[in-house]
Ligand binder design. Structure first.
Ligand SMILES: *Cc1c(COP(=O)(O)O)cnc(C)c1O
Length: 523
């Protein structure tokens, strides 16, 4: 059973160079409380199961000769083995419950436990999407109430609740725009996307069948309004703009951009993933936005990344609302919230829906959490969220700009994220080396090499849920690795030195991913 395994580690052999935490090798491969863990297939055995059932006797098959002839080779493990496997793996990872997560644009903030408590209430947690609709009036109330607050906070006209992530919401918004253009017989082909856009924006436009064209950024990191205006014309379906943008800056010309796009017959899509920087302060509807997704898993604190699914409702302007997808909820004059589906859409005058985004109604667990977050903060609390997120980011920007180049630092305060570049690093050391060294200091790295408009970019988003003490410790860590990068500390090139794994071949992993386990004994 001691076949070399595909996690790179052979049971019972000392761990080699891939886990080079300094010190002598151990026979188990474990390093004190950090336990090595092979793949589930390598520790489980076909002949083992977590439960003991007596062999069935006298049972006759009804599969008519289609029964399985050989073992399917799934690993069998007992309950404690299974629990330990996943617990050990989880300890090799980083999590928002372990420490500050500076990943810019991802808004990794604390997930309040109150949200979890409410989401676990049986009346919410145990509903099934195929349950008769008259048995779930409470769930419909929650969806409708959240929809109301999203419309209220954004100053928009309608909202599609079903998209399951930001990128899914972008697709929903662009499909609304396409439906609106088709309804007026307008075959526009081009979507304009500024250089500072999130990568999902051009991907969405291309996926929806549009040609994507870049709009340059100004030296201050904002959309070049004149270049945008010059490109507008009868072939432009929409402009997709992130605001605040991925340089961490507010697009001050947003209203002028919207007015110009509308005058040219196009629509304005706003990527609202960074809404946490402006919630309670600015209503995108007032800026002329036609569609904007909201990442409940960012702005409204629902768990994401390894911790949970996304949810990306899309708020829509009056011009786009008639094209919004089914289903949605509506409160009738009798005060009851109804679910509007294909069969009753005409009763609600909603006959131009472009279709559906999902089989069911969206991410119910995230709706419950997001509504809990909104109601527990209240209007004043949400405004403070934005203020504190911006304050924290500016604290980081100003505390580090003497050691790290901040390309847009001189042009004023940032929004909720601080952007640095690798300018000034010693020859041969890169943003990647700094990020790896930061892992040794116990932090998940910041977003790297994004946005593309800045060389060796490092985008830090602390969020509003970090205390000053936590920010000070992070600043100390980042300051020290920045100083080492400037001084040319060669040991950074082989960092991380203390992580369970060191430098993995990321290119190889992306080009030739090994996604299936092959039993070495069967080869
Ligand atoms: C996170 C993010 C997205 C995509 O959202 P997902 O939920 O990950 O699909 C789009 N744009 C920006 C600016 C983002 O930060």
């Amino acid at each position: 059973m001691n076949a070399p395994n595909q996690s790179g580690w052979k049971p019972g052999t000392p761990v080699q160079d891939h886990n080079a935490m300094s010190g002598p090798d151990t026979v188990t491969g474990n390093r004190a409380l950090m336990l090595e863990e092979p793949l589930l297939f390598e520790i489980g055995h076909v002949e083992t199961t977590g439960v003991d059932l007596p062999e069935p006797s006298g049972a006759t098959t009804r599969l008519g000769g289609m029964e399985r002839a050989a073992a399917i080779g799934l690993p069998g493990l007992s309950e404690p083995e299974t629990v330990r496997h996943y617990t050990r793996l989880s300890r090799q990872n980083y999590a928002i419950d372990l420490g500050l997560f500076p990943l810019g644009s991802c808004t990794m903030k604390h997930n309040p436990r109150l949200n979890e408590k409410v989401a676990r209430m049986p009346g919410f947690a145990d509903v099934h999407p195929l349950q008769p609709v008259q048995t779930v009036p409470g769930a419909l109330e929650v969806i409708n109430e959240l929809a109301h607050w999203l419309i209220e906070l954004t100053g928009m006209h309608g909202v599609a609740m079903s998209p399951k992530a930001g990128a899914h919401g972008e697709l929903c918004g662009i499909l609304c725009i396409r439906a609106a253009l088709e309804a007026r017989g307008d075959a526009r082909k081009v979507v304009l996307v500024p250089e500072s856009a999130h990568g999902t924006n051009p991907a969405t436009a291309a996926f929806a069948g549009y040609e994507v064209e870049d709009i340059p950024a100004t030296p201050e990191g904002r959309v070049d309004l004149e270049a945008l205006k010059a490109r507008l014309g009868p072939d432009v379906a929409a402009v997709m703009i992130t605001n605040p943008n991925t340089c961490g800056l507010f697009e001050r010309d947003m209203k002028a951009i919207s007015d110009a796009v509308h005058a040219a017959g196009g629509f304005v899509y706003c990527d609202g993933a960074n809404f946490n920087a402006i919630v309670g302060k600015v209503r995108p509807g007032d800026l002329g936005v036609d569609a904007m997704h909201i990442n409940l898993h960012k702005t409204f604190s629902t768990p994401h990344g390894g911790g949970g699914p996304g949810s990306g409702p899309v708020v829509l302007s009056e011009a786009l609302s008639p094209f919004g997808p089914l289903p949605f909820t509506a409160r009738t004059t009798d005060g009851v919230v109804h679910l509007v589906e294909e069969e009753n859409a005409a009763d609600y005058g909603h006959v131009q829906a472009f279709g559906r985004m999902t089989a069911f109604h969206g991410q119910m667990g995230m709706f419950t959490r997001a509504l809990t977050y909104i109601l527990s903060h209240g209007a004043d609390g949400l405004k403070q969220v934005a203020e504190d997120a911006v304050l924290n980011a500016n604290y980081i920007l100003r505390s580090l700009e003497d050691v790290l180049d901040a390309p847009f630092g001189p042009s004023g305060p940032c929004m909720h994220e601080a952007l640095f570049s690798d300018d000034g690093f010693a020859e041969g050391l890169s943003t990647l080396d700094l990020a790896k060294a930061l892992i040794d200091e116990g932090y998940h790295p910041m977003t790297m090499y994004f946005p593309l408009v800045v060389h060796g970019a490092m985008l830090v988003e602390p969020t509003e849920t970090e205390s000053k003490a936590a920010l000070d410790q992070f600043i100390m860590a980042l300051r020290s690795v920045a100083e080492r990068a400037k001084a040319g500390d060669e040991t950074m090139k082989t960092a991380p030195h203390y992580a369970p794994r060191r430098r993995l071949d990321e290119t190889q992993a992306a080009r030739k991913p090994v996604l299936a386990w092959n039993d070495p004994n069967m080869a």
